[in-house]
Design a protein around this ligand. Structure first.
Ligand code: AMP
Ligand code: FE
Ligand code: FE
Ligand code: ZN
Length: 297
């Protein structure tokens, strides 16, 4: 059987590998397909698709949007996101600009705490990890990398735990879309819409299955197509609950490692913490759905 990975990040946002490297590694692992789903940006698509064509690797262009749903935060992954939609690209550019306002204010807080850090350094940190030198989707992971590089913390995890996590001194909320809008904006341009890692730990702990079920019921009318059942943060119980919720709402299961390369060293492409295995059938079912909706794959 062949396996796939429908959730990965590159240097276009907060991953450690370039888009080409993600695709090459997927090929080396003999995966049947890989989706590139960077936060708030599609800047990696061209390089990933080109690499995929060159080496014979199926690449699905996607992105991941953060969103807010009552007290919960959900990440919505779009798959087969078209790159040429003006209004959607404008929305992503606005989200990245809001990130930059927030980065500026987080850095002000860190400076008030006595750290020597500037926005220029953080932006350079994002560009440094990219081959084209362009600024990507910049956020807390890049701030954490600068703090680590300057020796203020041991590693990025400590930077988050001490300063950048929700509730810590340098934390600020990110302006995000309501979840129904995130779904709808992706659905209206023909993307396949996935609720990412629904049982990932949130501010008040792990969401309960009943909360996710209720959220899903409200998101289906806005274009939700699938639930990420297989994800490294999910326990076997979470997988079971996510699969049941998907079945109840006639949604497809999805799966991905949420690979960030060196930025999350415990997570491997394709296999997550070592045991993840997403059968190619997950992709075939999505493609079947897309064809039935008249959408390209
Ligand atoms: P931002 O979009 O700027 O809020 O940053 C969110 C990103 O930071 C996530 O996608 C993760 O890659 C990373 N992240 C979030 N929480 C942590 C944490 N506790 N430790 C390390 N990285 C984290
Ligand atoms: Fe990330
Ligand atoms: Fe996510
Ligand atoms: Zn992700």
């Amino acid at each position: 059987m062949k396996y796939i990975d429908l959730h990965t990040h590159s240097t276009a946002s907060d991953g450690g590998d370039t888009p080409e490297e993600v695709v090459r590694k997927a090929k080396a692992l003999n995966l049947a397909a890989v989706a590139l789903t960077d936060h708030d940006t599609m800047d990696g698509h061209e390089a990933a698709l080109t690499a995929g064509r060159d080496i014979g690797m199926k690449v699905i262009p996607g992105c991941e949007l953060s969103s807010t749903f009552g007290n919960l935060r959900f990440h919505i992954v779009g798959l087969w996101v078209p790159r040429d939609n003006g209004p959607f690209n404008k929305m992503l550019a606005d989200l990245r600009e809001k990130r930059q306002d927030r980065n500026t204010r987080i850095i002000e807080k860190l400076r008030a705490l006595g750290f020597d850090i500037s926005l220029e350094e953080v932006v350079a940190e994002s560009a440094r990890s990219k081959t084209d030198g362009k600024v990507g989707s910049v956020g807390r992971p890049h701030i954490a990398s600068v703090l680590t590089r300057k020796g203020y913390v041991r590693d990025n995890r400590e930077a988050f735990d001490k300063y950048l996590k929700q509730g810590k001194k340098a934390w600020l909320p990110k302006e995000v879309l309501p979840t129904d809008e995130a779904c709808h904006r992706l659905a209206e341009i023909g993307a396949t819409v996935v609720l990412a890692h629904p049982f990932l730990e949130q501010k008040d702990g792990r969401p309960r299955p009943a909360e996710i079920d209720e959220a899903v019921a409200r998101l289906v009318p806005h274009g939700l197509n699938a639930i990420e059942v297989l994800h490294p943060a999910h326990t076997p119980e979470d997988e079971k609950a996510a699969l049941e919720i998907a079945a109840r709402h006639w949604l497809l299961p999805s799966g991905g490692s949420d690979y960030h390369a060196a930025k999350k060293p415990d997570i491997s492409l394709g296999t997550g913490k070592g045991t993840l295995a997403i059968p190619e059938d997950v992709l075939l079912k999505m493609e079947e759905l897309r064809r039935s909706m008249g959408l390209p794959c």
